[in-house]
Design a protein. Structure first.
Length: 465
């Protein structure tokens, strides 16, 4: 089962919780609720606004309108016509909000070809029958009284809070709790596999199969849990002390890797590849990460019946190339030869860039001794820079100088063919792979990132919501 990505208008969970706190304040405040309504309108302009959020803002606007009417003192106004007109508009607004609330929820729950009555569907959703009758009266009969409509709006706000806002918060809290359990579950898995060999349960430990089922279920239930599982598994894999993957390592991780979903395996590879690019070329961790990346490619990702969306893995490698990228691309081609015509130009180019970088490092004489020769006062670094400058000057004196006459006669010179470098079509100058991915909005404009999870007691109108 693959998780289907769902686009939402908010940039982070913190922003969503912030808007919830505005719409459901501990004590009703029209200005605060209006900010929440404005924020929901901004979400609506982005598209993909959840129906429950739209209904909440609609109900909240009714309460704001009534509060504004009471503030102006229209009820006690000497002009009775103004008061009656204002109450009529308010009743119409409440009626439309209640009608859209009932119809929207019922229509979304109907099954095509097996339509049910509004009352039966509303009963399954937990909407009382009197609200269905109120919706019918507001549509086909005289408008109900303002007090009755207000009670219906209050009940709708409570329903939306229980079935949407609070449920999402509980789910988020549950996900955070399970994320904290992931490292312990992996440690327990390794202990069970290592102690019993066959993965049977030991004292105070779950069987390995139960741990695998639990971790895989978490990975399929939430994107955040899947990310945490991949990161923690990658940490454990990189912490191995051997440069190669032995049969014991494969046997240890095979039960878990076999059960993980396609998206989880893809993300695990991306996490390992990211660590691969951020580590030093000569470190042991880099060699271990490379070994596991190659194992995932050959065993799971690009096997004979590989994943259908492995193009995303290729894009991840080409968007952040490093010295190991040609090795991984060659493994992909060896597993699926049909990728050869598309990947061979990239492989050749990345190999040439790697060779050029090695030649440049040899030309400037960058050694570990020079890098370690710097001391506190910087004299070692100055010596290194002077030696490199002398090398450049000595090479410049050997090549000779260009006379002014030659420069004037030939203002434009054809560059030597040897200085040209072949670049595959689609790359930017310098061999950079274009990255059209949008940045994470949370890094640009985080909204209330320090908001903590809280449970609110809020009131709307006369009774608690």
């Amino acid at each position: 089962m693959r998780l289907t990505a769902r686009v939402v208008p908010w940039t982070s969970t913190d922003e969503w919780e912030f808007v919830k706190s505005l719409l459901y304040p501990p004590v009703f405040d029209a200005a605060t609720v209006q900010k929440g309504v404005d924020h929901v309108r901004m979400w609506a302009s982005r598209g993909n606004l959840p129906q429950a959020a739209e209904m909440t803002a609609m109900m909240a606007e009714c309460f704001i309108m009534e509060n504004h009417r009471a503030t102006l003192g229209l009820r006690a106004s000497a002009d009775g016509e103004v008061g009656r007109a204002s109450e009529s508009i308010l009743r119409l607004t409440y009626s439309m909000a209640v009608i859209r609330f009932v119809n929207g929820l019922v229509d979304a729950s109907q099954t095509p070809g097996r339509l049910q009555s509004v009352a039966s569907v509303a009963e399954t959703l937990g909407i009382p029958l009197w609200m269905v009758d109120l919706r019918h009266a507001a549509t086909h009969e005289h408008l109900p009284s303002l007090s009755l409509l207000k009670s219906a709006a209050q009940h709708a706000m409570r329903w939306l809070d229980k079935h949407y806002w609070s449920r999402q918060q509980l789910q988020q809290a549950s996900n955070e709790y399970m994320e904290e359990q992931v490292p312990g579950m992996l440690s327990q898995y390794l202990e069970v596999i290592g102690c019993s060999g066959d993965g049977e349960a030991t004292s105070n430990r779950l069987p390995a199969d139960d741990i695998v089922v639990r971790l895989c279920g978490w990975a399929m239930s939430s994107e955040s849990l899947r990310n945490r599982i991949c990161v923690e598994v990658a940490k454990v894999l990189i912490s191995e002390v051997s440069q190669e993957i032995c049969d014991e390592d494969k046997t240890t991780w095979k039960p878990l890797l076999d059960k993980l979903g396609a998206e989880c395996l893809e993300e695990l590879f991306v996490v390992l590849y990211t660590e691969l690019g951020g580590l030093d070329f000569r470190t042991l961790d880099n060699q271990v990460a490379l070994a596991w990346c190659r194992y995932l490619i050959k065993t799971y990702l690009f096997a004979q019946h590989g994943l259908p969306n492995n193009i995303e893995i290729i894009e991840a490698c080409l968007q952040r190339p490093n010295v190991f990228t040609p090795i991984l691309l060659k493994d992909m081609v060896s597993c699926q030869p049909g990728l050869g015509p598309s990947l061979h130009p990239f492989i050749e180019y990345l190999d040439s860039v790697a060779k050029l970088n090695m030649l440049k490092s040899d030309e400037f004489g960058s050694t570990d001794e020079e890098e370690d020769s710097s001391d506190e006062d910087g004299s070692g670094e100055i010596k290194v820079l002077r030696s490199r400058a002398q090398q450049l000057l000595s090479k410049g004196s050997q090549t000779g100088r260009i006379t002014c006459k030659e420069t004037v006669n030939n203002a434009w010179n054809l560059a030597p063919a040897k200085s040209w470098r072949f670049v595959p079509i689609g790359l930017l100058p310098g061999g950079k792979v274009p990255n059209l991915s949008l940045p994470d909005p949370r890094e640009i404009n985080p909204i209330n990132s320090n908001i903590q999870h809280r449970t609110y007691i809020h009131t709307y109108g006369n009774g608690p919501v």
